[in-house]
Design a protein around this ligand. Structure first.
Ligand SMILES: Nc1nc2c(ncn2[C@@H]2O[C@H](COP(=O)(O)OP(=O)(O)O)[C@@H](O)[C@H]2O)c(=O)[nH]1
Ligand SMILES: [Mg+2]
Length: 195
C-alpha cells in the first residue's frame, strides 16, 4: 500500500449516492474537531489532502480516499452543537445507510480526544459499532496536548470508561503534531486491508 499516492476520490452528502464498495474500507469516525482530517493527512504524509478546519462541524460528507488496494473513508463528524435538527437527521440517515449497505468494511477507527472522557455520543457510536459487529479500534488523538501526568491519568481511566463494551478495544495513542501512533496505524491498515 502506497499511502503517499492516496488520492481523494469523492464526497457524498446523501446515502443514495454512495458508490459501490469494491475495495476494503477503513473507516474513520469521531466527533467534529477530534482531529480526523489531520490524522488522515498525517497517514498519507500530505499537508492538506483532507481539509483541516478551525470551524467545527464542517465536514458533512462521507469522503473516500483511494489507496490502491483499499479505501480510507472519512465519515462526517458528530456532536457539533450548532448543527440544525434537519442536518442531524441527514447525518443519521447517511450513517444508517452507510453501515447497512453490506459494504466491505475491514475496520472502523473510532477517534476519541485523549484530553477528555468519551462523550455520550462517542459511547453511542461505540455501542453502535459493537452492535453491528464490525471490527473497530480506538485512537486517542492530540496526545501532544497532554503532559506526562495527564497522559497517564487518561490511560488509567480509558479502560474503565470503555468497560460498557464487551472487551476493551485495541487503543492507539496518536498525535498528528508529533506523529505518535502513525506508524502503528499504518501497519494496522495494511494488515486489515490484506485479510
Ligand atoms: N495539538 C494538536 N492539534 C490537533 C491535532 N489533530 C488536530 N488538531 C487540531 O484540531 C483542530 C481540528 O482538527 P481536524 O483535523 O480538522 O478535525 P476533524 O473535524 O475531526 O476533521 C484543528 O485546529 C487541528 O489543527 C493533534 O494531534 N495535535
Ligand atoms: Mg474533518
Amino acid at each position: 500500500m502506497k499511502f503517499e499516492n492516496a488520492f481523494f476520490e469523492a464526497a457524498f452528502g446523501t446515502a443514495g449516492q454512495l458508490p459501490n464498495s469494491d475495495l476494503p474500507e477503513i473507516v474513520f469516525a469521531g466527533k467534529s474537531n477530534v482531529g480526523k482530517s489531520s490524522l488522515i493527512n498525517k497517514i498519507f504524509n500530505r499537508k492538506a489532502l483532507a481539509k483541516v478546519s478551525s470551524t467545527p462541524g464542517k465536514t458533512a460528507t462521507v469522503n473516500f480516499y483511494n489507496m490502491g488496494e483499499a479505501r480510507l473513508v472519512d465519515l462526517p463528524g458528530y456532536g457539533y452543537a450548532k448543527v440544525s435538527a434537519s442536518e442531524k437527521q441527514r447525518w443519521g440517515k447517511l450513517m444508517d445507510r452507510y453501515f447497512s449497505d453490506n459494504r466491505n468494511i475491514a475496520l472502523v477507527v473510532q477517534l476519541l480526544d485523549m484530553r477528555h472522557s468519551p462523550t455520550k455520543l462517542d459511547c453511542d457510536m461505540l455501542n453502535f459499532l459493537a452492535s453491528i459487529e464490525l471490527p473497530f479500534i480506538v485512537v486517542m488523538t492530540k496526545s501532544d496536548k497532554l503532559n506526562k501526568t495527564e497522559r497517564q491519568k487518561r490511560l488509567d481511566s480509558i479502560e474503565k470508561e470503555l468497560d460498557f463494551l464487551e472487551g476493551v478495544p485495541h487503543i492507539v495513542v496518536a498525535s498528528s503534531q508529533t506523529g505518535e501512533g502513525i506508524d502503528e496505524l499504518k501497519s494496522i491498515i495494511v494488515e486489515v486491508a490484506e485479510e
